[in-house]
Write a protein that binds this ligand. Structure first.
Ligand SMILES: [Zn+2]
Ligand SMILES: [Zn+2]
Ligand SMILES: [Zn+2]
Length: 175
């Protein structure tokens, strides 16, 4: 991160600017991220909070800026592939907003559970196939996924495997 030798363009902020937002606007890490969040909310047709609201949400994360779901310490910006800990704005189905780490935010989206995602216990995962919340030991491992587990449970996986084999055998019989 190089310093631009400028002060953040946000009124009342005296931090060093480290990001150029436009020809005339330069922001500190926080105000740059807030600006991104507001811009994203607008382009996705979601509620666009004011800077003041975002400041208030930040207080809920405590002095160490912890994710409101997994409590990991969040950062303002990540390096290319390390986005998991970056602070992001979550729009809940009930209309409320909160800060989550990027990892929790995308897991929430992928879970298809909506706000119920936050009630999941540490050892639980939602199977999108049988639409049930199950213990994580009901899922096979998958090193390529974010949570290192397959996206459907063992039972659903077996069912799909059987069907696949059956169809394959049928194809062999008739064609
Ligand atoms: Zn600033
Ligand atoms: Zn988190
Ligand atoms: Zn299942």
């Amino acid at each position: 991160m190089t310093s631009l030798n400028k002060i953040c363009s946000k009124k009342g902020c005296n931090e060093q600017a480290v990001y150029k937002y436009s020809g005339t606007r330069f922001y500190c890490p926080k105000h740059y991220r807030f600006t991104q969040m507001r811009h994203q909310a607008k382009t996705r047709n979601k509620y666009k909070p004011s800077f003041e609201e975002l400041e208030r949400l930040l207080i809920e994360c405590g002095p160490e800026m912890q994710c409101t779901n997994c409590h990991r310490i969040m950062i303002w910006h990540g390096q290319s592939r390390k986005l998991d800990g970056v602070i992001s704005l979550q729009h809940n189905n009930n209309g409320s907003i909160q800060f989550l780490c990027f990892g929790c935010n995308s897991a929430h989206g992928n879970s298809q559970l909506g706000d119920k995602y936050f009630d999941l216990k540490n050892n639980e995962k939602y199977c999108a196939d049988c639409k049930t919340i199950l213990n994580k030991n009901q899922f096979y491992k998958n090193n390529r996924s974010r949570d290192k587990l397959k996206w459907i449970c063992k039972a659903c996986h077996k069912k799909r495997e059987c069907k696949r084999r059956f169809l394959k055998n049928e194809n062999n019989l008739y064609f």
